[in-house]
Design a protein around this ligand. Structure first.
Ligand code: CS2
Ligand code: MG
Length: 397
């Protein structure tokens, strides 16, 4: 089952996606997602110039060996671009192996631990009444877990209140004020809890915006609201700061969407500093590494919550849902959804129903690409916004 062809398909059905398509001599093909939002073409060049020449003629069945070959063989290990490129190869090879076996991928990953995966969408509002309306609409669609992001009085366009964060042209600039947020967020979350009651799981993403002591204060102030989690309260490259937040609160913490290595996760898991690990197959080196991270997390009863913003392509959702279906410590799957054009470009077996996602039973991960449709949506350079404090200091987006 040698690899005959590998090519990168770049398209923008509503937003940019980078997809790797690998085909074997026997005619089977598999897909992997390589999208790094705002830096897409760096992964394209990495794949085309450096990875694809090494793939041609290789045995598509040697997934572990290929992963090690690309990881160790590069010498310069890790980082989002390298790991997204490795992820695309890895997921495409798992797709091919499962198709060759005639099985849905979750069967190769150990078989089903559950039939459907709890998921959460994003509720957004420019203010509390608008957010309440969105929450009511989402509850009407069957969701039982909902992420809440709300406009902050005095600040224009807070994180999470726009459906699409990516912008054509140069990066947009947003203002941020930690104190304004800290005055508002606990009141907003309390209002939402009072309206929806205790049965709905409520989540909130701080998006790396606070200092450690501010994050500890917020986590403590919202403790009695029993959030499902508080996400990324601070940038997490320095694990010491999470230790400090943890000492002050029992509010569950979810961290890891920007991590790309098991080593980024290790201390947070082994010291029980988080409750949910947010790595995804696309940004953390594919199913081969994310499965290892999930297995490590299981030893500390930490559950998975694979990142599922709109910039994770339907291919990554396919991979994540098959893995989530098999893992014993699956927790929840983020489900931001995709624009209709993306659904046209990526036919998929996974589906939403009644607050949950299902993987489908198609062989492989169940997501394909319609290349003629993809060609109608050409890549356009776009960026995530950047964030500044009110005095102009550049902050964490
Ligand atoms: C976010 C993302 O979904 C999330 O939790 O943190 O919206 C994130 O900002 C984007 O994926 C960045 O590309
Ligand atoms: Mg997030």
């Amino acid at each position: 089952m040698n690899i005959r062809e590998a090519r990168v398909i770049i398209c923008s059905p509503g937003r940019n996606f980078v997809t790797l398509r690998i085909e074997t001599e026997s005619g089977l093909h598999g897909l992997g997602d390589a999208t790094v939002n705002g830096r897409e073409m760096a992964v394209v060049a990495y794949l085309q110039d450096h990875v694809i020449p090494c793939l041609l003629g290789r045995d598509a069945g040697r997934i572990e060996d290929t992963w090690q070959y690309l990881y160790r063989g590069a010498y310069w290990r890790g980082g989002p671009i390298t790991m997204a490129a490795i992820a695309a190869v890895d997921v495409a090879l798992w797709d091919i192996k499962a198709k060759a076996a005639g099985m849905p991928l979750y069967q190769l990953l150990g078989g089903a631990s559950r039939e459907r995966m709890l998921c959460y969408p994003h509720a957004r509002g420019v203010d509390v009444p608008a957010l309440l309306d969105h929450v009511a609409a989402l509850r009407g669609q069957g969701y039982r877990a909902i992420r809440l992001q709300c406009g902050i009085p005095g600040l224009d366009r807070a994180y999470g209140t726009d459906a699409s964060q990516a912008r054509r042209g140069l990066p947009a600039e947003q203002l941020w004020d930690c104190e304004a947020y800290l005055r508002f967020a606990p009141r907003m979350l309390r209002t939402m809890r009072e309206h929806v009651g205790e049965e709905v799981d409520l989540l909130h993403d701080v998006h790396h915006r606070l200092t450690p002591i501010q994050a500890a204060r917020l986590a403590r102030e919202v403790e009695s609201l029993h959030l499902f989690w508080l996400e990324d309260p601070v940038p997490a490259e320095n694990h010491e700061v999470i230790r400090m937040i943890r000492q002050h609160s029992t509010t569950p913490l979810a961290i890891g969407e920007v991590f790309n290595s098991i080593h980024d996760c290790r201390a947070l898991i082994q010291e029980q500093l988080i409750d949910y690990i947010r790595v995804t197959p696309v940004h953390a080196g594919g199913l081969t590494q994310v499965r290892r991270i999930a297995d490590l997390a299981a030893l500390w009863q930490i559950r998975t919550a694979f990142h599922g913003a709109g910039d994770m392509s339907p291919v990554t959702y396919g991979a994540a849902l098959h893995l989530g279906r098999a893992l014993s410590n699956f927790g929840i799957q983020e489900f931001a959804g995709h624009p209709p054009e993306a659904r046209e470009v990526f036919p998929r077996a996974w589906a939403y129903a009644d607050g949950h996602l299902t993987s489908g039973e198609a062989p492989g991960h169940g997501v394909d690409i319609d290349e003629a449709a993809a060609a109608r949506f050409p890549y356009t350079r776009s960026y995530l916004p950047v964030c500044r404090l009110t005095d102009g200091t550049l902050w964490n987006y």
